[in-house]
Design a binder for this molecule. Structure first.
Ligand code: NOJ
Ligand code: CA
Length: 672
């Protein structure tokens, strides 16, 4: 067992002892590899702060802890009652994901605190891993207090200097703001994950894990390089309404010497509760496609009429293509009545007149294709909750095992509550739990932010929760650089349904056939801002267990590059980022059943990356199927120029990958 260092400047003979009150203390605990240290410091007046170092350099300077409540004094000055420490090294497996095997190795310090000059109790549980730290507050059952209303959490993150920072503006309802790259001092109010690079090169990301029946944490500037938790409110201004006992989510600080290490961190999942589903045989990652992109392009519509996309006929065509091309699922948006008549039962339950749900479901089953049902709620939570069991029952009867939910309501739910508040947290969880009872997998759009609950509820497959591919259809869209910020920010929380895989980069196949949301010809000069090979690479880099090949079926028919998608697995045994620089480039290697999927990507600068194949087993020859940018490819001027090459390789080889501006490379390696 690695050494745990717990130093007490006051009397503390064993690791589990009562401690005299009214004394300053200084407790420290190290990561198992002894690189990171967290020190708890208490002033004479009882104010308690934490301080994080790595290799003796400050990562987070002395930062405050505590709460304010409704109808109760603040709780931010403490005496220590007792401490306990423990070292844990366990292994656990997940039924699907980027990695099946996980190692949870950490030192834990549990500090039982009592209000100074009072009776209220709160515990601070701190875990220090090699890849960062997590801590949470635990309010135990205690005399005279059954309920609390938290008005503010005082948790602060004081950084020692003006770190280079990637962040999105805090919004209690939309997680689709553009990423900003600024000095930390320019962050006013941000969503998490917020990711920084310190002057000494250390990569640090602030987020939370296991957000359960609590409000999401945003970060607000409270002084130079100081960020404080700001919890998303209920309409009445309170933040969290709870009956004790209450555990807060974990406040997380992922720490890595480099960008690759940040992306490879398992900290968020390690801080979530184990799987609650006894049977996960029905939870199955898959690729999928659907009528979705034609609607966003404005070729089709959600509503019935001449351009209605989800017709029975079109559904059959997609099912045929999926069945013939090893695509697992097909999503039908606009399958239902009620678009534009929100709140009625029709909007959640009743198929449109030109969409024969029974026939489509029967056909899909016969062809071995999964249907992904679609429930757009428009933020009408009460209406959705009152119909969701009915729709899940209908879907279960039809054999539909996956549902994409949607919560388009940029200014908040229709009842005035926020997506990211405790109300929203409860709603999204309720849907995941109900879906589990019906053996339904969930893909949520406009979701609650991802804090790793897929470990506990493995049917919570993927979610949007950042600017997705749809923005390319009707706005200035997403840059190649933005796509290289996601793996080090949003994706640290978990999988994203970004919806990559567009082959018709400038939509030329649909010229003159596109309309905007007012039914007028689409005149915006919109397009995808990467090369085609990069679209394939993003299907590997932007991990989603439900990974959409998003383009319209006609753009895939007969296209040689579709072979990569046909072969693509989205349920990996292991994955790792080989090298990366935030917003500039990345190389990812994923493996399942002795087949490797590798992808590299660059921003708008063309570059060449090398990849040593030393992760391949010894004494075998392999075939590398390489989908790369053509020599003259460029995301703006020649985006669809690509080449497919096949090479015999061994673990002694190094691949040289030439990436075009805005480009990428996708590779599949199989045994020869
Ligand atoms: C926004 C979602 O992100 C998108 O995928 C969906 O098509 C529309 N809402 C309609 O539900
Ligand atoms: Ca969206």
């Amino acid at each position: 067992m690695k050494k745990i260092l717990v130093t007490l400047m006051i009397l503390l003979s064993t690791a589990c002892s009562p401690i005299a009150t009214n004394q300053t203390f200084n407790l420290s605990i190290n990561s198992p590899d002894n690189h990171s240290t967290v020190v708890l410091v208490q002033q004479n007046n009882g104010e308690t702060s934490y301080h994080v170092t790595r290799d003796e350099k400050t990562v987070v300077d002395a930062s405050q802890l505590g709460f304010t409540f409704k109808n109760m004094p603040p709780l931010d000055k403490f005496d220590i009652v007792k401490t306990q420490q423990k070292f844990t090294k366990t292994e656990w497996t997940s039924p699907w994901g980027q990695n099946k095997h996980h190692q949870d190795e950490h030192n834990e310090l549990l500090v039982e605190l009592k209000e100074k000059d009072g009776d209220r109790l709160v515990n601070l549980r701190l875990r220090v891993f090699n890849d960062g730290i997590g801590f949470r507050y635990e309010f135990p059952l205690q005399n005279n207090i059954t309920d609390v209303v938290i008005m503010d959490e005082k948790t602060t993150f004081v950084l020692p200097e003006d770190n280079d920072t990637w962040w999105i503006e805090a919004d209690y309802d939309s997680y689709e703001k553009p990423y900003q790259h600024t000095p930390l001092s320019q962050v006013k109010h941000a969503n998490t994950p917020l990711t920084m690079v310190a002057k000494n090169g250390l990569h640090i990301s602030l987020h939370e894990a296991a957000l359960t029946d609590y409000a999401s944490m945003t970060l607000v500037s409270t002084g130079p390089n100081s960020l404080k938790a700001k919890l998303v409110p209920w309409q009445d201004g309170s933040k969290v309404k709870a009956t004790l006992p209450l555990n807060t989510p974990w406040r997380t600080i992922q720490i890595s010497p480099d960008a690759a290490g940040l992306a490879n961190s398992d900290l968020i999942l390690n801080l979530n509760e184990p799987n609650k589903l006894a049977d996960t045989s029905w939870v199955k990652p898959m690729t999928y496609m659907g009528v979705w992109w034609e609607i966003h392009l404005g070729v089709g519509t959600w509503t019935t009429g001449e351009r209605h996309a989800a017709t029975t006929e079109r559904a059959m065509k997609y099912i045929d293509f999926a069945a013939d091309n090893n695509v697992g699922g097909v999503l039908f948006e606009g399958w239902n009545k009620g678009w534009g008549e929100w709140g009625k039962r029709e909007a959640y339950v009743v198929p449109a007149d030109d969409f024969d749900l029974q026939k489509v479901a029967d056909y899909a089953r016969q062809k071995g294709v999964n249907i992904i049902g679609h429930n757009e709620t428009e933020g009408r939570i009460e209406a959705y909750e009152s119909h969701v069991e009915e729709i899940f029952n209908i879907y279960s009867d039809l054999g539909i095992n996956t549902v994409k939910t949607g919560y388009v309501a940029e200014k908040g739910f229709i009842n005035g509550e926020h997506h990211q508040g405790q109300y929203g947290v409860r709603h999204y969880r309720k849907i995941v739990e109900l879906a589990a009872q019906h053996k339904i997998m969930i893909n949520a759009h406009e979701p609650i932010k991802d804090t790793g609950i897929r470990r506990t509820w493995p049917n919570m497959m993927t979610r949007e929760g950042a600017r997705g591919g749809e923005w390319n259809a009707w706005s200035e869209g997403n840059s190649a650089e933005y796509l290289l910020i996601l793996p080090f920010t949003r994706l640290l929380g978990g999988p994203m349904d970004y919806t990559p895989g567009i082959f018709d980069i400038d939509y030329s196949h649909f010229a003159g056939k596109r309309y905007n949301w007012h039914g007028e010809p689409q005149t915006g000069d919109y397009r995808v801002h990467t090369t085609l090979a990069r679209q394939l690479a993003d299907m590997v880099i932007l991990y989603s267990p439900l990974q959409m090949a998003s383009d319209v079926v006609e753009n895939y028919e007969g296209h040689p590059a579709f072979q990569f998608i046909r072969d693509l697995n989205v349920d990996f045994d292991s994955s790792f980022v080989v090298e990366a620089k935030i917003a500039e480039y990345i190389t990812v290697v994923r493996e399942a059943d002795d087949v490797w999927f590798i992808a590299s990507a660059t921003n708008n600068t063309a570059r060449t990356l090398n990849l040593a194949l030393d992760f391949l087993p010894e004494n075998s020859d392999f075939i590398a199927q390489i989908y790369r940018d053509a020599d003259d490819a460029h995301f703006q001027t020649n985006p669809e120029a690509y080449q497919i090459e096949t090479r015999v390789v061994t673990r002694k080889d190094t691949l040289t990958m030439a990436l075009a501006a805005g480009g990428g490379q996708a590779i599949r390696i199989i045994k020869k």
